[in-house]
Design a protein around this ligand. Structure first.
Ligand code: ADP
Length: 170
């Protein structure tokens, strides 16, 4: 994981990836909710130092999920993906912090849990791609699109967190 991200490390002050206000959309999928993993997944992001700025539980409609996964609509697994994701509640969240999108993906692990390292969410809690517990935005553009798709503006909380500002960042 370290090697995979080494080339992307940006230390320039004008690099947009250095923003501590970067946001990513993370969701616990229905299998994660049924298996009682919501608290553990939230704890990983909290303990890492990311800031929770939005959270809700909902059972998403098929049309909502078809839009969310529009880039995958031609994949053979698309119908079963929509069935799975609409089969029960998901816990939708927005997490904020430095490099939140890329770090969120690293914390989730690979799409296929069997390719996920131990220590990642999928590497610790999942076995099959079709039951991989959690979603995380794969780019800043996707994150912005997904956050706007899942949350209204007034469901996202902008708040100062002096403890995080002082003790998570130098
Ligand atoms: P990720 O969720 O890691 O960004 P993708 O965007 O490629 O991965 O796929 C979205 C979701 O579709 C996956 O998380 C998984 O739930 C499902 N999926 C992807 N590939 C397969 C597959 N080959 N078989 C079944 N489900 C899949």
């Amino acid at each position: 994981v370290v090697a995979a991200f080494a080339d992307d490390t940006c230390s320039k002050s004008d690099c947009p990836k250095m923003s501590t206000t970067e946001r990513t959309f993370i969701a616990v999928k229905p299998d994660g909710v049924h298996r009682g993993l919501v608290g553990k997944i939230i704890a990983r992001f909290e303990e890492r130092g990311f800031k929770l700025v939005a959270l809700k539980q909902l059972t998403a409609s098929k049309s909502h999920l078809e839009t969310h996964y529009q880039d995958l609509k031609d994949k053979p697994f698309f119908p079963s993906l929509i069935d799975y994701m609409s089969s029960g509640p998901v816990v939708a969240m927005v997490w904020q912090g430095l490099d939140a999108v890329k770090q969120g993906r690293a914390m989730l692990g690979a799409t296929n849990p069997l390719a996920s390292l131990p220590g990642t969410i999928r590497g610790d809690y999942a076995i099959q791609t079709g039951r991989n517990i959690c979603h995380g935005s794969d780019s800043v553009d996707s994150a912005n699109r997904e956050i706007a798709h899942w949350f209204k503006q007034d469901e996202i909380n902008d708040y100062a967190s002096p403890f995080i500002n002082s003790w998570v960042y130098e």
